[in-house]
Design a protein around this ligand. Structure first.
Ligand SMILES: [Zn+2]
Length: 335
């Protein structure tokens, strides 16, 4: 028998089954294994591994199976294009999912989800620690970049857009690491954004590799536009003359940016401490350093949500107390 739970909280969009069941258990004060047993069945006869069953979940929650299948990503049928999604679930925009009570909502977001444009919050790529998403009120160019990113997606599709944006991040990281070439270098824009996203003196609480990606996101998307274009890709991969044309095409984006704050003007941080460029030079994101945790992952044929449907997600990041403990530990610097 599957008794109906009294609190009819729905799943968030793109939420994993494990996260949803965890929240239901938390809300109702139920042991997770007990609830998991009710909403799942053995993967195979005699198997100890269990999969969430859509009909059982519908019976326990009272939500129609069709609605659950649209929201819970690993119950969706037909299956989504897993290659278009990240390698690991993460908390999405907390304001979009605020009504979904019971703890952290872990969602599997698509590679192109970097900003909630409605609430202007940075939501990607995932960090191993669950930081509160930074607000982008002072960084509207990052919100604009998300819209440009979606236009790229519409034009070139998920695979080419993913490759192009990742390459854009790599080029920006290389330029950032090289240091500024003048007062109007884009390097200063990246450090200015970093100062807003990771305010000086708060690094212990606010540092995350994902925020470093945010600092370069506008330029990464701008560079991605020619990279995603077959014409420019052929030139970049061709003879030296073609490579020079490609370099000239992206040079205005990754070199001088006259509209940004000159280095000489950036001497006082938001916290009031006087700093110089050399006093705390932020390290650029390194997409190749730890792709499992800090970078948009390369497409994988096997979707991550299998972990959410093969057993009770005990100790999973969906457990709110566990997540709070994670957030209280010192973050690791980027590799
Ligand atoms: Zn939102």
């Amino acid at each position: 028998m599957h008794s109906r739970l009294p609190i009819a909280v729905p799943p968030a969009h793109h939420e994993t089954a494990g996260s949803y069941v965890q929240r239901l258990a938390t809300l109702h004060g139920l042991p997770l294994p007990e609830l998991w047993e009710q909403v799942s069945h053995p993967r195979r006869p005699g198997s100890t591994s269990r999969l969430v069953a859509l009909d059982r979940l519908a019976a326990v929650t009272g939500h129609p199976a069709s609605r659950l299948a649209r929201a819970v990503i690993d119950l969706r049928r037909p299956e989504p294009d897993w290659l278009a999604y990240r390698h690991t679930p993460q908390p999405g925009c907390p304001r979009c999912t605020a009504r979904h009570r019971g703890g952290i909502r872990l969602q599997l977001l698509a590679h192109h989800h970097y900003v909630c444009t409605r609430h202007q919050l940075w939501i990607g790529p995932p960090d191993p620690l669950f930081h509160r998403p930074p607000h982008l009120a002072d960084l509207p160019e990052i919100v604009v970049a998300q819209r440009a990113h979606l236009r790229l997606l519409h034009r070139h599709g998920p695979a080419a857009t993913y490759d192009a944006v990742l390459t854009g991040f790599l080029i920006c990281a290389h330029r950032w690491d090289a240091g500024p070439t003048g007062d109007t270098d884009v390097w200063h824009s990246w450090t200015r954004r970093t100062d807003l996203l990771i305010p000086p003196g708060t690094e212990g609480d606010t540092f995350s590799a994902s925020r470093l990606f945010a600092a370069t996101y506008p330029e990464a998307v701008k560079i991605a536009a020619p990279i995603a274009s077959l014409h420019w890709r052929r030139l970049a991969g061709g003879n030296p003359a073609g490579q020079r044309r490609f370099a000239a095409e992206i040079a205005p984006t990754v070199s001088a940016t006259p509209t940004t704050t000159p280095r000489s003007a950036r001497t006082r941080s938001r916290t009031g401490s006087t700093r110089t460029a050399g006093a705390r030079r932020p390290r650029p994101p390194t997409p190749t350093a730890d792709p499992a945790t800090t970078a948009p992952a390369p497409p994988r044929p096997t979707p991550a949500p299998t972990t959410a449907t093969t057993g009770p997600p005990a100790g999973s990041p969906g457990n709110a107390p566990a997540a709070r403990r994670c957030c209280s530990t010192a973050p690791s610097p980027p590799s």
